[in-house]
Design a protein around this ligand. Structure first.
Ligand code: NAD
Length: 397
């Protein structure tokens, strides 16, 4: 197999390639952490929709290595082709499969469009033939568009405020300067389209389908991820189009909770997670600037967490076997408690007012943010020799 030296092809927080050894090293680190922190057994069968990166990958690793689960993941990743590397998520899953096989664990992945009937069909067939009934369904999709499974219409999500225009600070990523972003309010069609992509419709289709096929175990739980964040990002997030979609997702949890309660004495919950550097979230205006200030403040306070820390906490305190989640008054699990701690947010607000291009690197963790972003693609990972030529093809076991 031909080998090549891979250097990052990155522009404005979009990375066009990935490093297989760096991604594999990331996955091994997650696994070690889950192995150390989790009880090692107790969970049966888990389905993770959106399993290859970010919160979904951290959930998969926590379930399998932290809690001894067998798992079926669903993701949409690209294998290597010619000289083009695979996507980071592809390499992540290649390492997950390699280690699972080495250790005699059962992990399978279905790669394709989770919104489609065809992929749901494949998941149902795999579960029916090779897995015990499902105890936990994690929904961790983040996608810019969704092809409607019935009409073939393609819905696209937009990141815009609702009702009033918004102008606010943000980092212009190409030049790395702090400037202001001006966003016009979304149209009704754009709001509807964003809800179609990132709302609860597809989650509900998944859970109803698994229930209708009799694949859910007694007491089965379904969990989807949401975000709220601070006031400075509300116009572009929580009170904007994405927030509208998250409200829909959260309302869906109510319906699914009743459904699962009636059918299998189960539950559906939302977990509101902390702001994390992931592929999907880096493109939201204002969010990279907020995160680089937040990271600085949380690191100084010793409360910074990565997705794997959050997922270990989610399973241990809320959704693991025999755990009863602690819910807020809207029935949501709040893993964003440390992020929204008033002392943390007061300090972030002060820094937000002060931050400009000249002091960006001094008062924020912008360099840490960028490094974490690079690491998502397997670059700048400790212990990896980037001068060493590597094979870009990594088949999934
Ligand atoms: P991510 O980009 O790291 O992961 C997205 C996953 O979805 C990947 O596994 C990808 O392969 C998969 N995917 C995308 N489109 C798909 C499709 N059509 N079919 C099958 N798989 C597909 O995203 P993330 O940031 O971990 O977000 C996951 C969830 O967590 C989202 O609901 C997000 O809103 C939520 N969340 C994120 C943050 C954050 O700061 N990143 C905070 C709180 C909550």
């Amino acid at each position: 197999m031909a080998k090549t030296v891979i250097t990052p092809k990155i522009r404005a927080l979009i990375c066009a390639n990935a490093h297989p050894e760096g991604c594999a090293a990331n996955v091994r680190r997650l696994i070690e952490q889950a192995r150390e922190a989790g009880p090692g057994s107790g969970l049966g069968t888990v389905v993770v929709i959106g399993s290859s990166t970010g919160y979904g990958l951290a959930s998969l690793v926590t379930a399998v290595w932290g809690w001894g689960a067998t798992a079926l993941g669903v993701c949409f990743e690209r294998p290597a082709a010619g000289k083009r590397t695979a996507s980071a998520g592809w390499y992540n899953i290649a390492e997950v499969h390699r280690l699972a096989r080495q250790e005699g664990r059962h992990v399978e992945t279905i790669n394709g469009d989770a919104f489609s009937h065809e992929i749901k069909e494949q998941v149902v067939a795999a579960l029916a033939s090779r897995f015990a009934s499902v105890d936990l369904v994690i929904y961790s999709l983040a996608s810019p568009r969704r092809k409607d499974p019935d009409s073939e219409h393609v819905w696209s999500s937009v990141i815009k405020p609702i009702d009033t225009p918004h102008g606010g600070k943000h980092i212009e990523l190409r030049r790395e300067v702090v400037t202001s972003v001006d966003l016009e309010p979304a149209t009704e069609e754009e709001i509807e389209s964003t809800v179609k992509v990132m709302g609860g419709e597809d989650w509900e289709l998944w859970v109803r389908r698994l229930a209708a096929e009799g694949l859910l175990a007694e007491g089965a739980r379904a969990v989807a991820y949401s975000y709220i964040g601070p006031r400075v990002t509300h116009p572009v997030y929580r009170t904007g189009t994405i927030g509208r979609a998250k409200e829909h997702l959260e309302a869906t949890a109510e319906r699914l909770d009743s459904l699962l309660g009636d059918l299998v004495d189960g539950n559906a919950w939302i977990s509101v997670n902390k702001a994390a550097v992931t592929q999907a979230s880096a493109v939201i205006p204002a969010v990279p600037l907020y995160k680089s200030l937040l990271y600085r403040v949380m690191k100084d306070a010793g409360t910074h967490e990565l997705p794997i820390d959050q997922m270990l906490r989610l399973f241990a305190d809320h959704i693991g076997p025999r755990r009863t989640p602690k819910l807020d008054r809207h029935r949501r699990i709040r893993l964003d408690d440390l992020e929204l701690d008033p002392a943390i947010q007061d300090r972030v607000r002060e820094l937000w007012a002060e931050v400009e291009t000249d002091n960006l690197n001094d008062i924020s963790d912008w360099s840490g943010f960028k490094r974490e972003f690079l690491q998502l693609f397997g670059f700048d990972v400790d212990g990896v020799d980037y001068d060493e030529p590597v094979a870009i093809e990594r088949p999934w076991d």
